[in-house]
Design a protein around this ligand. Structure first.
Ligand SMILES: [Zn+2]
Length: 285
């Protein structure tokens, strides 16, 4: 559990039948939304990041995400659901072949995103998409599905808006990654009440196929460096003031530490046991 949250209030349960891990109790969005402040780590933005190394790393991640989309669909209308501060929308909005939209359900972040990518960001959530049936070529749920009240309903809503043959790209936490075993209760996936649902590649594939799409790809793609920093920060904050932890965070994010860990991270990515995985699916024709 995250520092500052009473661990006796929440429990993550694994379903005996399907293997999906769910948070109980699941508070209303009005309660949970209070935990999405602009300092939430999931909302870190490239533009206001002070470290050059981190900015470059984030730019690399955005470019990699766009390339990944383009492996499966050449262009068209793309929506980034849960776009946060709009980093990806801003990154991809003036590319040829793409018309990009962003959707964000936290008003403060939607406002930030609207500033960096004006005219294409809407306040709204994955369960009620403001797009017509069959009107999109690609939908991104990038570290979003684990936050939804009803993940399957979210997948169905995305598929409804996608054209047949369009691509749904989901990046989410891996409940079978090494990070969960390594960090136990301090793993970034056990982040109540924000994280409601934890999938593995197997359980998400089952869910997506049940909703009417064909899974065409599953991969790790992004090394676990920042997820691990997040976990270490969680542990640090149990014992030390936030300022000390943030200084440690910056020290660990340095190039030498990164290079030192690189062989381990590459090996982990090769085995697909990262804290996050990416799944791509085609809406059935
Ligand atoms: Zn189940």
């Amino acid at each position: 559990m995250r520092p500052g949250i009473d661990p006796t209030l929440y429990t993550y349960w694994r379903c005996q039948e399907c293997g999906v891990i769910s948070l109980q109790p699941l508070d209303d969005w009005s309660e949970r939304s209070r935990h999405y402040t602009s300092t939430y780590r999931g909302y870190y933005r490239r533009e206001i990041e002070s470290s050059l190394l981190q900015r470059l790393s984030m730019a690399y991640g955005l470019q990699k995400r766009l390339r990944l989309v383009e492996r499966f669909v050449a262009g068209g209308r793309l929506v980034d659901i849960g776009c946060g501060g709009g980093d990806f929308v801003n990154w991809s909005t003036d590319r040829p072949y793409w018309t990009v939209f962003g959707l964000e359900r936290v008003p403060a972040m939607a406002a930030v995103a609207a500033q960096v990518a004006s005219g294409v960001v809407t306040l709204g959530d994955a369960l009620h998409l403001p797009f017509a049936e069959n009107s999109l070529d690609a939908v991104l749920l990038w570290t979003v599905i684990e936050h939804l009240d009803a993940p399957l309903q979210g997948i169905r809503e995305c598929l409804h808006a996608l054209r047949p043959g369009g691509v749904l790209l989901i990046r989410t936490l891996n409940s079978e990654g090494w990070g969960k075993h390594l960090f136990g209760p301090h793993w970034l996936g056990f982040d109540a009440p924000r994280i409601t649902t934890l999938f593995s590649p197997t359980t998400l594939q089952l869910a997506v196929e049940r909703c009417g799409a064909d899974v065409i790809h599953i991969g790790a793609h992004f090394h676990d460096f920042y997820p691990y920093l997040w976990c270490i920060n969680n542990i640090c904050r149990q014992h030390w003031p936030a300022g000390v932890c943030d200084r440690l965070d910056r020290a660990l994010a340095s190039l030498p530490v990164r290079l030192l860990l690189q062989p381990f991270l590459m090996m982990q990515t090769a085995t697909g046991k990262n804290s996050f995985f990416v799944l791509a699916a085609h809406k059935r024709l």
